[in-house]
Write a protein that binds this ligand. Structure first.
Ligand SMILES: Cc1cc2nc3c(=O)[nH]c(=O)nc-3n(C[C@H](O)[C@H](O)[C@H](O)COP(=O)(O)OP(=O)(O)OC[C@H]3O[C@@H](n4cnc5c(N)ncnc54)[C@H](O)[C@@H]3O)c2cc1C
Length: 490
């Protein structure tokens, strides 16, 4: 059965809905009608302030100017994440979007670092990590190449995209969907609004958030539950006023008794939240813990969000494609939701621009790729938890001893035995990211590779120290994050 797509209805106007609409009107210019249906009364989830470097790629593809974007969204630069108290209370490490590189030509640097048993963090060998430690930011250069992302106000981002997408021809329909009209083949023919209007379409992109109105609701697609491995199921979010001039160029994620707390600096305020597992901590206690941590005056009441980690079994069924929270959620530890939205959009655009009606193969490829992408990112997030040495609460005892997904257990075994950073297809994070977590959590291979011992230890040490000093000196000349932002936004 093939499916035409002249009329595309996007259900939902959060980040997922407007990112999708913007990509459609840009990539299929004038060839399709795009209509976004959203309910102002229901609103959007509005969290989702930390991103992944791929957001830059998305913005470039749809023609968004970086400075305009930073202005419109109160955005700041993000070099990565600082993880506090994950290994043990009082210990921290960075996962930034940069490489550790090689030594002596093609030798992996980490292996020499490990061989020397240095007490200083491996991160000192990585330019963006040192930038993050020093609170500095400069754009990548020929000499210092690394990726970066942003922190931004998700509500403003959706509004910014809406304005641009409408300028490019997207239709915007306000109204609460109260019913879904089905086709004889089980697909969706139209959505029915509370004032009696009907919005008909050929395909429907379900961006309705956790409600999953079409895929989970009307089509009843089962949910694949990951909460055994990712047990967090709630979050308190509470923004505060910005305190002081300085801005951290990173997200901070601090492990707590029953979950972890985020700290996300924007230009005008700081996002705070506590993601918790209600199996292990009472939500009220989680709220109190968040309030006790705030480092500024709250600008809103703490807001509670509930979720289950996992995804719909299939992401695309009949003529409904789910993108965003309606398709699944993996918890925000590595800021991957907007990346997954982008991933869904890019898969869809590849198929829509192929110049023929959609068929079963498109659906199968979309579903297969999306399921694997979720599984890869799930494994990466679990890695942050399962390597902990903490045993001070039920949550940490659970994650330290739980049975792991086979795919993760296999790659951890390869790392431990042979020092191999195995990669599957559809990875969300490359080997350097995996290395950053292994190193930060002091999880090293059982033995040093004898090949690396051929370099005399003094030479290896000298090379490591030389590189570390050169990076520190070069970063010290960069502007502080708020200075850089000030220059850009001037
Ligand atoms: C605690 C928490 C922290 C997060 N942190 C991050 C992060 O740091 N980084 C990141 O990338 N992601 C993060 N996310 C995820 C991120 O918030 C979402 O991926 C992103 O906001 C996209 O949401 P969405 O558009 O899918 O859903 P929503 O924003 O919820 O939008 C749903 C839309 O559907 C509409 N809708 C629903 N029902 C109806 C109806 N009946 N009729 C009409 N319209 C309807 C709503 O009005 C709304 O417009 C976080 C999520 C949570 C819960």
């Amino acid at each position: 059965m093939t499916q035409k797509f002249d009329r595309i209805v996007v259900v939902g106007g959060g980040s997922a809905g407007w990112m999708t609409a913007m990509a459609l009107v840009t990539g299929l210019k004038g060839r399709v009608n795009v209509e976004v249906v959203e309910s102002e009364e229901i609103g959007i989830v509005g969290v989702g302030e930390a991103t992944f470097p791929s957001i830059r790629h998305y913005n470039q593809l749809v023609g968004i100017d970086e400075t305009e974007f930073l202005r419109a969204t109160n955005g700041t630069y993000k070099l990565g994440i600082r993880f506090c108290d994950w290994l043990e209370v009082g210990r921290d490490y960075f996962h930034t979007f940069g490489h550790f590189g090689n030594l002596f030509g093609s030798q992996t640097l980490w292996a020499q670092y490990r061989r020397m048993r240095l007490a200083e963090p491996l991160g000192l060998q990585c330019v963006p990590t040192v930038m993050a430690m020093q609170g500095r930011f400069a754009l990548p250069s020929e000499q210092d190449q690394f990726k970066y992302a942003y922190h931004f106000d998700a509500v403003r981002y959706a509004a910014f995209l809406r304005q641009l997408a409408m300028q490019r021809g997207a239709r915007h329909t306000q109204g609460r969907i109260v019913d879904v009209v089905r086709r004889a083949d089980g697909g969706v023919a139209a959505v029915q609004l509370d004032d009696g209007r009907r919005v008909e379409g050929d395909i429907f992109v379900d961006c309705s958030g956790f409600r999953s109105l079409l895929l989970g609701g009307a089509l009843q697609e089962p949910f694949v539950d990951f909460s055994h491995w990712l047990p967090v199921d709630g979050a308190w979010a509470c923004p505060t006023e910005r305190v002081g001039e300085e801005l951290a160029p990173y997200t901070q994620a601090t492990a707590l008794e029953g979950g972890w707390a985020w700290r996300i600096p924007l230009q005008n305020r700081t996002g705070h939240g506590h993601v918790f597992a209600s199996r292990f901590i009472d939500p009220e206690r989680a709220r109190e813990q968040l309030l006790a941590r705030l480092d500024g005056k709250p600008v809103a009441e703490p807001r509670l969000l509930r979720f289950t980690t996992g995804h719909r079994q299939r992401f695309w069924v009949n003529n409904v494609i789910a993108i965003g929270l309606s398709s699944g959620f993996l918890e925000p530890l590595e800021s991957t939701s907007i990346y997954l939205i982008q991933d869904g959009i890019s898969r869809l655009m590849t198929m829509l621009t192929a110049g023929r009606p959609l068929d079963e193969n498109d659906r199968a490829l979309f579903n297969d790729g999306s399921v694997r992408r979720f599984a890869r990112i799930r494994d990466f997030i679990i890695l942050h938890y399962c390597l902990t040495r903490r045993r001070d609460s039920e949550l940490w005892r659970h994650v330290a001893t739980m049975e792991l997904p086979e795919t993760l257990a296999f790659r951890m075994e390869l790392w431990r035995r042979y020092g191999v950073l195995h990669e599957y297809d559809e990875e969300g994070f490359d080997a350097t990211s995996w290395l950053a977590i292994h190193a930060g959590m002091e999880h090293w291979p059982e033995r040093d590779d004898p090949v690396f011992a051929e370099i005399p230890p003094e030479r290896a040490l000298q090379a490591l120290q030389g590189r570390r000093n050169a990076i520190a000196a070069s970063v010290a000349r960069m502007p502080l994050h708020h200075q850089m932002l000030g220059q850009v936004l001037r």
